[in-house]
Design a protein around this ligand. Sequence first.
Ligand code: SAM
Length: 277
Amino acid sequence: MAGELYVVATPIGNLGDMVPRAVEVLHAADLIAAEDTRHSGRLLKHLGIEKPMVAYHDYGEQRQVGRIIQALEQGQKVALISDAGTPLISDPGYRLVRDVRQRGVKVIPVPGPCAAIAALSASGLPSDRFSFEGFPPAKSVARFKKFTALADDGRTLIFYESPHRILESLADMSQAFGGDREAVMARELTKAFETFLVGTLDEICQMVREDANQQRGEIVMLVRGAPESLSVSDEEQQRILKVLMEELPLKQAAALAAKITGGQKNALYQLALSLRS
Ligand code: SAM
């Protein structure tokens, strides 16, 4: 099989971000596999490219995957694109790339825009270590659980979020990570209303609540990682918490214990609750 599969990034808003090599590859492709052929058809028209297209979803019809594989088996060049940004990044493509690789076909990336990386690069948050978490669960219980599991992670956390859920999600983040955790909300990147909201989670929550415009468009949320905890042992943390709980309400005791030990406020509050019961 001598065909080649190109994984091609496309703009996330500003068409000027289309990489010249990506244009060349699309011009040279025999078949273009797209998440939404109508949506991508508009980009291709703008670029003056007219090619056979096939819809591709990771859980789509086998018939369409068959057509892509057949084209590759015939030695054709196939380009995979998504609606915006880099395919496979919260977008379809993983199964196809895996399947095609297992068949020994060459898979070639054509890098370009990606909302998560664009947001991180301009956020001012630590970028040496980060974790891309995609879309948080839509349901509140699962979402809160997911955030709580990440509360002690020291890396910058990157999430995609829909504008309809951003307020609920921010409220859950505040509770799970602590309202004083530094964060950045990047909205409408590369577009006319590009906005970066910078502050603590509580501050960003308030800004979004007070300005309906912030609840529109496309959003990347970045949360600074948990601070390195001091080398205070779990036993010592518990001892300090217990002393404070004798004098103060639980929330205050947990907050103060977090300040003294460098531990996580939320984790200490949970510990205080279990100690009390
Ligand atoms: N594959 C894309 C990429 O490389 O970024 C992401 C696709 S995912 C289905 C779409 C989500 O990415 C949006 O809901 C939003 O969270 C984020 N996103 C895409 N374009 C964006 C933009 N221009 N500004 C901010 N976020 C964006």
